[in-house]
Design a protein around this ligand. Structure first.
Ligand code: SAH
Length: 269
């Protein structure tokens, strides 16, 4: 059975407002044309002098700076990484590691992907032609909601997000994690992501957080013209990050670097 849940209220709304250091004008938080360097400096200054706890905005700002240093250059994405408190998406036992570049257990044999991989995948999506034309991800389909962290980031960088999770307990967990954000353009679906989610198709951006042999046929069908799909795929004993663009002449796939993801499974739990 497929269960859907819609939250209603404002969007996008960061879970934590950390910009208390100085007053901000309306719309200033987004300012799409602002130089990235300025965005990163701002993210750092917003942390405030007292943020020294492991789960603080200060530690998160350092994570954003590291990702920037590693080449993440999209301003909206950097803002999203700063706005979403990763420590609130994982068990308190792992909170101390929340802003390290590591994947962590989220229960049920699954893991939250490491921030550098999440940032890399979203950055690649932002470089798809439909996303570039929109200065954002447009309509997004995420396969594998897990704890909801990546979904929260996608919601900041896209117009709307449909996220599908096959494990009921994780679907519930993600719903609880995302509830404080009160996102009216995020739809969480408990179902088999191998089928995508046809009711909201086509999508400008599709991202899978679990590895398959090939991109699922439903994802390709549900990808908009000009849209981009990012998914880990098996290649022999390895896993590679595959990027598929839907162009007027057909689908174009490029396999990039090696990655490590949990397996995509069929059916629901
Ligand atoms: N993006 C997630 C990472 C989750 S790990 C996060 O930020 O936490 C991958 C997730 O994919 C797991 O939760 C797993 O249950 C889910 N998954 C695997 N196969 C799936 C399928 N066919 N449909 C939907 N979700 C699936």
């Amino acid at each position: 059975m497929t269960t859907e849940r819609r939250r209603s209220a404002n969007f996008p709304l960061p879970l934590e407002r950390v910009s208390t250091a100085k007053p901000r004008g309306p719309g200033e938080t987004l300012r799409p044309q602002r130089p990235v360097r300025e965005a990163v400096r701002d993210a750092h200054s917003r942390a405030g002098p007292s943020g020294v706890g492991l789960d603080s905005a200060h530690v998160r700002a350092r994570m954003v700076q590291r990702l920037h240093a590693q080449g993440v250059r999209h301003e909206k994405l950097l803002h999203a990484l700063h706005a979403v408190p990763r420590h609130l998406f994982i068990d308190t036992a792992f909170a101390a590691q929340a802003y390290e570049d590591t994947s962590l257990p989220i229960g049920h044999g699954q893991t939250i992907s490491k921030p550098s991989v999440v940032a890399r995948m979203i950055a690649l999506l932002l470089e798809g032609s439909a996303a570039r034309a929109r200065n954002g991800l447009g309509k997004v389909l995420e396969i594998g909601t897990g704890c909801g962290y990546q979904c929260a980031l996608l919601a900041q960088v896209g117009d709307s997000v449909v996220s599908v999770e096959r494990i009921r307990a994780l679907f519930d967990k993600a719903r609880a994690h995302l509830a404080p954000m009160r996102l009216d353009r995020v739809r969480l679906v408990h179902g088999d992501g191998l089928r995508g989610h046809a009711p909201n198709a086509p999508y400008h951006s599709i991202i899978a957080a679990a590895v398959a042999d090939e991109p699922a046929a439903a994802w390709l069908e549900q990808l908009a013209l000009g849209g981009r799909l990012i998914t880990p795929v098996r290649k022999g004993a390895l896993q590679m990050l595959a990027v598929v663009d839907r162009e007027p002449s057909g689908y174009k796939r490029v396999d990039l670097e090696e990655v490590h993801f949990v397996p995509l499974k069929s059916g629901v739990d």
